[in-house]
Design a protein around this ligand. Sequence first.
Ligand code: HEC
Ligand code: HEC
Ligand code: HEC
Ligand code: HEC
Ligand code: HEC
Length: 297
Amino acid sequence: MRIMLLLLIAAVVVMPLSNVEAQKAKSIDELAKMFDSSQCKSCHAEIYAQWENSHHARSLMGVQDGLMMTPLAKKGSTPFSPDDPKKATLKTFPCFKCHLPQAVAHAEDSFAVEYAEALLAGDKAKVGKLKITCIVCHNEKAIIHKLSDGYPEKGVLYGSKDIASHPDATFKKVKKSQIMDHAIMCGQCHGLGPNLEFENPVQCATLYGSYEHNYLSKGGQQQCQECHMQKINGKADHLIAPNWNDLEGTKKLLQNAIAMDVQTVGYEWLRKGGDLRPMIVVNTKINQNAGHRIPDG
Ligand code: HEC
Ligand code: HEC
Ligand code: HEC
Ligand code: HEC
Ligand code: HEC
């Protein structure tokens, strides 16, 4: 009897803990659902359509859907790769820090196992469910100084102004974010340099480092948003180009961004009597007007 009672008490004590655990996503579907933004489409149709075509909406797919993280799931391919996908953990994929930040804080290792298996099976439909959604930028990543400004609140979106009653069923309020129109918003994922906090450092995007050290330091004044999210019909463009899958569009952007000035002088050099040598001087100047190095990485 006493043992039964003890077990009962133990069950009561353990239950709330396991409930807390249950708030973390165990599977791809659970994480995708937690950050699903499809309800935003009905009211923000134009922004939604732009975002759907952006790289943020396919952040684990890779250019031309190449599933670029597959080597991490393959035995022996990288120092992170487990011998068996069943042994994958969140640490197997340091890339989540920027390509899927919600996984770091809101998923369990079982999520990483399912992801590793999906990569090995080339299951694009499954991997494609994981995205940097509206909620990732407008909630999860909207506050940087968490000690002074607090953590992002549940049911609250962050934007450029306070809106006391926002008509969405889950997100009933919009609060002003200190960073939404600042480069540091993007800098959270667009990289300063090598990520030295991992057991094996990883380097991917370093563009924010280039922006800070080679653009601002030379007098550059624009935020990323001013160049990449120029207003269309009065609203910030969420395509956030370039879209590498759109070759024609990318070509146009690059033609506007990169200028090449070539000047040539041809002459003949009389080295000595009867020895006339044709010579040419070519001066090439390549200039670009981005706020950072291109290409990055
Ligand atoms: C039922 C309609 C509706 C739905 C659903 C909805 N919104 Fe809104 N949202 C609005 C309206 C209306 C405004 C106010 C527009 C204004 O005053 O500029 C707004 C404002 C916002 C703003 C603030 C804009 C600013 O100026 O910074 C953000 C951010 C936002 N919505 C994001 C979202 C996201 C993300 C979702 C999905 C999770 C969503 N909304 C779902 C109608 C909706
Ligand atoms: C510091 C944040 C960060 C980390 C960590 C990171 N990435 Fe990236 N990655 C980005 C950003 C941002 C881009 C796109 C912008 C760019 O290329 O400048 C990108 C682009 C890429 C691209 C090229 C575009 C594409 O989709 O094909 C590949 C491939 C890639 N990352 C793979 C990885 C892998 C694999 C890891 C983990 C081993 C990783 N990244 C870790 C931020 C990061
Ligand atoms: C939560 C992390 C995150 C935030 C915040 C973020 N990005 Fe990205 N961004 C990425 C990742 C990851 C990719 C690459 C996805 C892929 O592999 O295709 C990307 C892709 C891009 C691309 C497409 C070009 C390329 O090389 O893939 C541009 C442009 C871009 N981001 C600009 C911005 C700007 C501007 C902001 C701020 C308004 C921003 N991003 C905020 C993570 C982020
Ligand atoms: C990569 C991060 C990122 C993602 C993903 C993202 N947003 Fe935004 N959004 C921003 C930033 C940054 C701004 C502010 C731009 C500015 O001030 O120039 C913004 C602005 C807005 C605004 C105000 C627009 C205006 O100009 O009045 C609305 C509304 C909005 N977002 C809704 C959404 C919805 C809906 C989604 C999903 C379909 C979404 N956002 C996805 C970063 C993001
Ligand atoms: C002065 C305008 C300007 C500013 C500021 C700016 N960009 Fe860019 N960015 C460009 C141009 C121009 C290109 C090249 C043309 C293109 O492909 O869109 C580019 C290209 C990119 C690319 C593709 C990189 C590649 O590998 O070719 C990414 C990603 C990007 N920018 C992100 C950012 C982020 C994040 C910030 C802020 C930290 C930022 N940009 C600030 C103008 C700017």
